[in-house]
Structures are given as structure tokens and as C-alpha cells.
Design a protein. Sequence first.
Length: 132
Amino acid sequence: MGMTDPIADLLTRVRNAMRARKTQVDVPWSRVKERILAVVLQEGYLQGYSVVEHEGHRVLRITLKYDAQHRPVISGLRRVSRPSLRKYVGARAIPSVRGGFGINIVSTSAGILVDREAAKRGLGGELMCSVW
């Protein structure tokens, strides 16, 4: 049986790896996951990521980021729109995360964007996940 929510799986793998203080975590590749990671990286929550071949399949190798005291930079990840309950928002209705200390990732007609960029462009869309 296939995975029902690959994005939730990505978030869970990153969350678990950070709790275990891992430096890297591997996640099965998909274009959507790669675009989500690009936004999270651009916002400074990750050290980096790369696409590698592993046993004949493409894999996203995510390098996690920690502060000087070896505490994870990401303190939380949450899936907002799920396969069982999709959540769509207009450009003016995008909620803030932790009083502006986190980001929402929004899937818009212009691609996957951080909440600030989507609001600036006047685009709403599916509220995929929150990172803080």
C-alpha cells in the first residue's frame, strides 16, 4: 500500500531526525517535497539539501541546521492542509505563525511560496505546512 501523505512523512522524518540530533536525513524524492525544502532552506531553517541516487531511486538528502548549543533551528513543523481535510486561504487570509516568528508554506498558481511572498504577490492557495 502506498503512502497517503508524503508531505506529512517528510515533516515527520525531519522532526524525528532533529530530536535525535542527526546531521542528515534521507527522504524519498518528489518535485513538491524538493520545492518545499527550497523554501525552508531559503528562509534559513536548513543547512542544505541535495538529490542523490540511492539503490536506484532518487532521494532528498537533507542537512539539518543547529545553533551553537546544538539545539535545532526548527522548533516545530506542522502539516496544515491534509489529504482528508484540505485548507485553502486567500492572499489576505494567510495566518501568521507564532506571532510572525515562523512561516507558512503556500501552494499557489505561481508555485510553492513562503506566506510573505504569496501575500506580497496577492496570491492565495493551499496552506501546506507551517515551520517555526
